[in-house]
Design a protein around this ligand. Structure first.
Ligand code: ASP
Ligand code: MG
Length: 416
């Protein structure tokens, strides 16, 4: 048994879906296939959610864009009158009903109920297309299989319950097509595993099924040493150890979700990252591999906010203050990308989430002075040397620096 995962970029248009079909056709069955939301649908739904919660008029338009985008793909893939249209319409009716009800109080809960539709839409379209093309394919509702706690937006998986469900529902000989990123809690309410969580779903299913390998199909030839969006002359890494992969993912390498490696490592299952456009090429293998030293990898996080916190009473930053600060951060599931403390200052660098940052700042202000600096970039270099630091510091002002033996993190302001 193999597990495949297709990300949003690989199924962003009809050609992508046809390409997925070709890849499935040319591989042995059984096969478990995990798919994300198409293209930028998750971001689009986040906007819908924001406008829905803020009761902005634009919500209708934003929602309509999501509908039109999927309908466009559907019209290209299916003949008129195909039952896929009815299925999609029923899903959109549900969504519309949701948007016409009064939003509840919890942002994280509402997030999961709404944003999860991206994966429901994509997998419904793709499962229908595979069947339409003669593949013995079953659409599996992962919410009935992958059970989690109710930490919405960052749900933790219940391994025992999920193990049972997975083996029961995916042990035949066909293609099982299912959603990444989502699951459900004990009340069967939808949960999500964190942005970019579909890789993690792939890893979990590979783990539960004792799969030979997990293959993540991407629009790059493998794991590169930097994101080509921010960096020229990238190099493909042919093999990466589990440890290096965890480190890279932790610092935000867009290769894989940070939680992906752990379940694979436990059962020594290899993770292949391969090109969706050139499926016959080798790609990158992440697994139990060895090498002398990895070539330097660069990780860029844009739109960072530095929150500077210091106690109202100028007391030292010690356990008690840290406890208060982290309680607020944890309450909002705000992930810390970098932190540093001095005697009376505590600084954290986080992604600029416009829904959450103002609330976090507000809450911290109960006990602290708080200032924020916006529009920063966080650059992490694993296996750095002076030349690599010089390369990324061109036209940047250093705000904060932190190094360990193999990794350096530079929080900078762009001077361009
Ligand atoms: N669709 C989700 C996201 O964009 C999950 C994923 O793509 O892995 O974050
Ligand atoms: Mg994605």
């Amino acid at each position: 048994m193999q597990v495949f995962k297709f990300g949003g970029a690989s199924v962003k248009n009809p050609e992508g879906v046809r390409n997925l079909l070709k890849i499935i056709e040319s591989h042995p069955k059984p096969l478990v296939v995990v798919v994300s939301a198409m293209g930028k649908t998750t971001n689009a739904l986040e906007l819908v959610l924001y406008q829905y919660l803020e009761k902005e008029k634009g919500v209708i338009e934003s929602y309509q864009r999501v509908v039109d985008y999927h309908m466009g793909i559907l019209l290209d893939l299916f003949p008129e009158g195909h039952e896929a249209f009815g299925k999609l319409n029923r899903i959109f009716a549900e969504l519309q009903k949701k948007l016409s009800t009064e939003p509840g109080m919890s942002y994280n809960f509402e997030y999961d109920q709404l944003v999860s539709y991206g994966e429901i839409l994509s997998t419904t379209i793709i499962a229908e297309f595979l069947k339409h093309s003669g593949i013995d394919c079953e659409w599996v509702d992962i919410r009935k299989v992958l059970k989690t706690d109710n930490s919405y937006r960052e749900a933790r998986v219940n391994f025992e319950l999920s193990q049972q469900n997975v083996t029961q529902s995916m042990s035949g000989s066909k293609v099982y097509l299912t959603q990444g990123f989502i699951g459900s809690d004990e009340n069967n309410l939808t949960t999500t595993l964190g942005r970019e969580g579909s890789d993690y779903t792939g890893a979990l299913l590979a783990y539960f099924l004792d799969a030979e390998s997990l293959t993540v199909w991407k629009d790059v030839p493998g794991v590169l040493n930097a994101d080509p969006k921010w960096f020229s002359n990238t190099v493909k890494l042919d093999k990466i150890s589990y440890t290096d992969a965890i480190e890279l993912a932790f610092y935000g390498a867009s290769v894989i979700h940070p939680k992906t490696i752990q379940p694979l490592k436990k059962k020594n299952i290899s993770l292949w990252v391969k090109s969706f456009y050139e499926p016959e090429m080798e790609g990158t293998i992440i697994g139990d591999v060895t090498y002398e030293k990895l070539i330097p990898s660069f990780i860029f996080k844009m739109d960072q906010v530095l929150i500077d916190i210091y106690p109202n009473d100028l007391s030292f930053i010690a356990e008690e203050n840290l406890h208060l600060i982290f309680k607020v951060l944890a309450n909002y599931n705000l992930r810390v990308n970098l932190m540093q403390n001095t005697a009376v200052h505590f600084r954290v660098c986080v992604n600029n989430d416009k829904n959450i940052i103002p609330k976090v700042v507000e809450e911290l202000k109960g006990n602290f002075h708080v200032t924020t600096s916006m529009h920063l970039e966080l650059i992490t270099i694993r296996y750095f040397d002076q030349a690599t630091i010089d390369r990324v510091m061109v036209n940047k002002e250093m705000i904060l620096e932190q190094r360990t033996r193999n990794t350096i993190q530079l929080l900078v302001k762009d001077l361009n």
